[in-house]
Design a protein around this ligand. Structure first.
Ligand SMILES: Nc1ncnc2c1ncn2[C@@H]1O[C@H](COP(=O)(O)OP(=O)(O)O)[C@@H](O)[C@H]1O
Ligand SMILES: [Mg+2]
Length: 354
C-alpha cells in the first residue's frame, strides 16, 4: 500500500461495483436471505430498506465477506465474495451502528493508528488523518479522547476510519440509527461526498425519509427477498398517483365528507379524508365545489403524492418498523427530516378556488 488515493483514478461511474444474484442464507429452517439480487453502481447510493428482521444486516454481512451465502453469487469491485474474500476486504469499508473506534485515543490518534496499520508511513498517516478530520468536520475535536465525543461524532469518526484506505465500496448498516437530527444531516453530507468521489454506497436503513433523501435508488426487502426497487419517485408512482386530502374544520363532519365524496373513492385518513386525484387540480376543484354545496367548512385541502411511508405500507402490508421522528431531539423541528416534508405539491385551497 503506497498511496491512500490510488483507487480513485480507476473508478468508472455507473459500472456495477456490487452485483449480488440470488443470494440465499438460512439459519436453521429460517431463510434470512431468500433469493436476494441487487446491484450498486460506482458513484451511486443504494438504500436497502426493510423492517426489522428483513435481512438487511445479513445481506451486508454476505457482501462484506463476514458470512458466506448458502448459494447464489456476489462480487464486489469485480472480486467474488466466496473465492476472493481478501480482495473484497481490501476495497471495502464497513461501518455499522456500533462504532469500532478506541475510546481512550483521540480522534486523530484513532485515524493515525488505522493508517499505520494499513502500512502508511508516519507522515503520510498524519496527513491522511488530518484530511479525514477536516472532511468529517472533526478538526476542532481532533485532539480530544473519543470517549468525550457525541454519538454523531463517534459515528463520523468510525466512518472516517473506514475511509483511511479510500475504498471503492462502502457498506453502512443503519448508520444513523439513534442519531440526533444534526448528526444525521452531517452523516448524510459525508455519504453524499463519497458518492461525489465515485464510491459505491450500500446503506441499510429502517428510516424511510433517509432512503427518500439520500438514496439514488431504493431496494425494498422483506423476509429476505426484494419486493420493490426503483428511485424514490418511481416507488411512489408505482404505488399510487396523486391524491387529494380534505380536512373538515369540525371532525364531526368527517362522515358527511365521506358521503359527499363517496363516488370519488374517498376514504378516512387520520383526521382527514383522502381520495385519488388522477386529474390533479380538476379533482381538487370538484371537491371544493362539493364541500361548498354541502356547506361543510374545511381547514385544509391539498394535493399530495404518497409518502414513502404509504409506499412501504402498500408494498409490505405493514408499517415501517421505525421512523426517524421516534428519536428526534427537541433541537430541530420534525419537519427538517420528515418524509412528508416534500410530498406536498404546493397547491392549496386559495390558489385552486380563487
Ligand atoms: N446469527 C443468527 N442466527 C439465527 N438467526 C439469525 C441470525 N442473524 C440473523 N438471524 C435472523 O435472520 C433474519 C434477518 O436478520 P437481519 O439480517 O439481522 O435483519 P435486519 O438487519 O433487516 O433487521 C431475522 O429473522 C433474524 O432473526
Ligand atoms: Mg440489521
Amino acid at each position: 500500500m503506497t498511496s491512500v488515493t490510488e483507487h480513485s483514478g480507476g473508478r468508472a461511474r455507473g459500472t456495477a461495483a456490487v452485483v449480488a444474484e440470488d443470494l440465499r442464507l438460512s439459519y436453521g429452517t429460517h431463510a434470512a436471505l431468500d433469493g436476494l439480487s441487487l446491484t450498486v453502481g460506482a458513484g451511486e447510493i443504494v438504500g436497502l430498506l426493510g423492517p426489522n428482521g428483513a435481512g438487511k444486516t445479513t445481506a451486508v454481512n454476505v457482501l462484506s465477506t463476514l458470512e458466506p451465502p448458502d448459494s447464489g453469487t456476489a462480487s464486489v469491485a469485480g472480486h467474488d465474495v466466496r473465492r476472493a474474500p481478501a480482495a473484497v476486504r481490501a476495497v471495502i469499508a464497513l461501518t455499522g451502528q456500533y462504532a469500532s473506534v478506541d475510546e481512550e485515543l483521540t480522534g486523530r490518534e484513532n485515524l493515525v493508528l488505522f493508517a499505520r496499520l494499513l502500512g502508511l508511513r508516519k507522515a503520510a498517516a498524519r496527513a491522511r488523518a488530518a484530511e479525514l478530520l477536516t472532511a468529517f468536520d472533526l478538526l476542532d475535536a481532533a485532539d480530544r479522547r473519543a470517549a468525550t465525543y457525541s454519538g454523531g461524532m463517534r459515528r463520523r469518526l468510525d466512518l472516517a476510519a473506514g475511509l483511511v484506505r479510500d475504498p471503492a465500496v462502502v457498506f453502512l448498516d443503519e448508520p444513523t440509527t439513534g442519531l440526533d437530527p444534526r448528526s444525521r444531516l452531517a452523516l448524510w453530507a459525508a455519504v453524499r461526498e463519497l458518492r461525489a468521489r465515485g464510491v459505491a454506497v450500500l446503506l441499510t436503513t429502517q428510516y424511510l425519509e433517509e432512503a427518500d433523501r439520500l438514496a439514488d435508488r431504493i431496494v425494498v426487502i422483506d423476509r429476505g427477498r426484494v419486493i420493490a426497487t426503483g428511485t424514490p419517485q418511481q416507488l411512489k408512482e408505482q404505488v399510487g398517483g396523486t391524491f387529494c386530502e380534505v380536512t373538515p374544520a369540525d371532525p364531526a363532519d368527517t362522515p358527511r365528507v365521506l358521503t359527499v365524496l363517496a363516488d370519488l373513492g374517498a376514504d378516512a385518513h387520520d383526521d382527514a379524508v383522502a381520495l385519488p386525484a388522477p386529474d390533479g387540480p380538476a379533482t381538487l376543484t370538484t371537491v371544493v365545489r362539493r364541500m361548498e354545496d354541502a356547506g361543510i367548512a374545511m381547514t385544509d385541502i391539498a394535493l399530495r403524492r404518497p409518502s414513502l411511508d404509504e409506499v412501504f405500507l402498500a408494498l409490505t402490508g405493514h408499517p415501517a418498523a421505525a421512523r426517524a421522528d421516534d428519536d428526534l431531539s427537541a433541537e430541530e423541528p420534525p419537519a427538517a427530516v420528515s418524509a412528508d416534508a416534500d410530498t406536498d405539491t404546493g397547491v392549496d385551497v386559495r390558489e385552486a378556488a380563487g
